[in-house]
Design a protein. Structure first.
Length: 275
């Protein structure tokens, strides 16, 4: 053991496995406790066969490399990993609040208050600003990948698609288009401004309860994203509309930069500034 805890050789024997926290694409996440320290963690178990079948081992290596080096209160820590003959295990910070989208759908009106939304966006923008300062893009920011820690702070979790900037990686866009900016929908080159777009989508979804371009079909969502066409329900305040309009610009260079999102008047009025 190198005493740093990060580089030591962990094995499954070092942990007591608790209840499942959720089922993912390539494996499940379990509550677990490291036996010696009694430290509670989340253990994500991935099956090597599944990873090989989907040809994502390189992506997982990149994700482990990235996430083990990121340190930010709003980014889910990855303390380390190990593997046996059939599985890869990720040792992760445990987020007791679970998935943010479950919190969103359990709200009485299916959307967060303006105060909660402003605090979440402030935390997301500072986490992304930190990632961008390390030249890391996230590229897959959606409520399913955001977890809730103790006393309600949020943690960006799944880094399944993060890459180093700039990138024109044309990974097959599986799943929803809702969070992708026009340049990624068209598979063109994208950079850090793609993450800024998805923060605008998330802010709209926190306030309204659904993403702005959601429709019944892939094609009509595609068209609305390309036309940047969306409307606000009347309960959304003018301050929140102003911020969203300044973020959801089709031209990536016109989008409000992260450090201006953090100090936007609508955010500042809801977030205690000493953070
Ligand atoms: C390649 O993988 C990279 C890391 O991906 C993840 C890290 C941590 C995760 C989930 C991750 O991916 C998504 C996923 O597997 N699910 C959808 C399963 C259930 C969601 N989590 C439930 C959950 C509740 N309290 C938690 N505290 C910490 N981590 C959690 C959770 N989940």
């Amino acid at each position: 053991d190198d005493g740093k805890g990060g580089a030591r050789r962990w094995t499954l024997n070092d942990f007591e496995i608790g209840r499942p926290l959720g089922k993912g694409k390539f494996g499940n996440v379990y509550l677990a406790r490291e036996k010696k320290s009694r430290y509670i963690i989340a253990l994500k178990v991935l099956f090597k066969k599944e990873l090989q079948r989907a040809n994502v081992e390189h992506q997982l290596r990149r994700e482990i490399e990235i996430q083990t080096h990121l340190r930010h209160r709003n980014i889910l820590r990855m303390f380390g990993y190990f593997h046996d003959e059939s599985r890869v295990y990720l040792i992760l910070e445990y987020a007791p609040g679970g998935e943010l989208y479950k919190l969103l759908t359990s709200q009485p009106h299916k959307h967060f208050t303006e105060e909660a939304s402003a605090n979440y966006i402030h935390q997301l923008a500072s986490a992304l600003s930190y990632c961008h300062s390390k030249n890391v893009l996230h590229r897959d920011i959606k409520p399913e990948n955001i977890l809730v820690g103790t006393d309600g702070e949020i943690k960006i979790g799944d880094f399944g698609w993060s890459v180093h900037a700039p990138s024109s990686k044309r990974e097959t866009v599986c799943g929803t288009l809702d969070y992708l900016p026009p340049e990624m929908v068209e598979g063109r080159a994208h950079d850090k401004t793609a993450d800024i777009w998805s923060i605008g989508i998330l802010l709209y979804e926190f306030l309204v309860g659904r993403p702005p371009f959601e429709t019944q079909s892939y094609n009509s969502t595609y068209d609305k994203i390309m036309r940047c066409e969306y409307t606000f329900p009347e309960h959304v305040s003018s301050g929140a509309r102003d911020l969203i309009i300044r973020i959801l610009k089709k031209d990536p260079r016109a989008r409000l930069p992260l450090d201006e999102i953090i100090v936007h008047p609508w955010v500042a009025q809801h977030v205690p500034q000493e953070k």
